[in-house]
Design a protein around this ligand. Structure first.
Ligand code: AMP
Length: 400
């Protein structure tokens, strides 16, 4: 089926919406999200440009840091950077409501580097929900901290304990890590956080969803009592607020409108009757010229592996990531996708969380996400940096 014909048939499904109102008698499951919420016409008009109140040169940061920023090609601060950097430099606690793609990483890395370079006794702990995100933050830090001589350690699961122990013996002043591995080091006595007076929790909502609440609370108790806390989250639910309030001091909340999350993503559903029809429809979607780079989400590790194989057998250029793969395999797959050696990545939610891959054109929800928040996060992968993206969600015909 051609792309245009396919689009028309989705349109026909859209016009038959009365069924959506039918109340499902099923227990709460992924299918309990009303399919109507997966349909949205993207805004085609230009999103009005944010007028920053600062340039990077205006910030009270060192010349070396300014040079590193400009070497990275950062000229104008993004909204979250514009608002958070001056406050963070003043040692304020911050709750930043901003998702991946808004430039939130530099919003906390810049003040951290500035403070570490001027306050020898300072140290920073940055906790991320996934290994990939922790590594992404480390990469951004390495580029921005060039020439400062700041030592760091990255403490994530699935990678060598030996290297981490070696890095820790060098008294790093920045720790990047995931909750589980940081806890492991605390328990072994290989990590002491008492001097860590800057703490960043990135993607707090995801961390809580992933069940890290106890780990994170425990870890925070080990950090310095006079601590600056920076919390970043795509959404501000009650649990996130609760955690932020418990572990911060009169925080300033900065909320960035997530224009990249879904406004410029054209969202639609694809109905299917059975699994054969489902895979055929996916095939038809992926062979389309317009699909330059696509993430296909599926529910379980097994399903991801199965779908990956099926797409390979059909001649697609695919990689897969999920939590059951070793860290090096995940990294290799991701690199191939980022470098466009393959143009399709099949993934579970957890593995794909927070990934900064710029040119994704299509997000395909081969299985329906459990929560609408997951949907928003998935869809946010497409249409980044003002580009138009597409998100298609497979919905069983009986649920439409
Ligand atoms: P993040 O939301 O931190 O994952 O950032 C998303 C992407 O935007 C990353 O690829 C950054 O390198 C890039 N970025 C962040 N801040 C800026 C900026 N001020 N100017 C240009 N690119 C930026």
């Amino acid at each position: 089926m051609s792309y245009t014909r396919m689009r028309r048939s989705y349109g026909a499904q859209k016009s038959n919406r009365s069924n959506y109102r039918r109340k499902s008698s099923k227990p709460k499951s992924s299918a309990s999200i009303n399919p109507r919420r997966f349909i949205k016409v993207a805004k085609t008009e230009e999103v009005s440009e944010y007028q920053p109140t600062h340039m990077f040169n205006d910030f009270q940061i060192s010349d070396l840091l300014k040079t590193n920023l400009s070497r990275k090609g950062y000229k104008v601060p993004s909204p979250i950077q514009d608002q958070a950097i001056p406050l963070a430099l003043e040692s304020k606690d911050i709750i930043g409501i901003a998702s991946t793609g808004t430039g939130k990483t530099a919003a906390f890395i810049v003040p951290i580097i500035q403070k570490l370079s001027t306050q020898q006794s300072s140290a920073a702990l940055i906790i991320a929900p996934t290994r990939e995100l922790a590594q992404q933050i480390e990469t951004e830090f390495k580029e921005m901290a060039k020439g400062f001589g700041i030592r760091w350690a990255t403490l994530i699961g699935g990678s060598s304990m030996g290297y981490q122990l070696k890095d820790l013996r060098n008294n790093p002043r920045v720790i990047f890590g995931t909750p589980g591995r940081i806890q492991d080091h605390l328990k072994r006595g290989s990590l002491s956080l008492s001097k860590f007076n800057m703490v960043v929790l990135d993607e707090v909502d995801r961390m809580l969803d992933m069940g890290f609440i106890n780990d994170v609370t425990e870890i925070l108790k080990f950090t310095s009592g006079t601590r600056q806390s920076l919390f970043f989250s795509a959404t501000l639910g009650a649990k996130v607020q609760d955690l932020a309030m418990r572990f911060s001091n009169s925080p300033v909340t900065i909320s960035i409108k997530a224009s990249s999350t879904s406004e410029n993503v054209h969202q639609d559903i694809i109905g299917f009757g059975n699994s054969n029809e489902k895979i055929e429809k996916l095939h038809n979607l992926l062979i389309n010229q317009e699909v330059a780079k696509a993430i296909v989400f599926d529910e379980t590790q097994r399903n991801v592996d199965r779908l990956n194989q099926e797409l390979i057998d059909r001649g697609f250029s695919v990689e897969a990531i999920h939590g059951g793969k070793t860290q090096s395999k995940r990294q290799r797959a991701l690199k191939k996708f980022k470098d466009s050696e393959v143009n399709i990545l099949v993934a579970t939610d957890v593995a794909a969380r927070g990934l900064d891959v710029k040119d994704i054109t299509h997000v395909v929800n081969y299985s329906i996400p459990r929560e609408y928040d997951d949907y928003i996060h998935r869809v946010g992968r497409a249409g980044r940096a003002g580009k138009m993206g597409y998100a298609y969600t497979f919905v069983s015909s009986k649920d439409i």
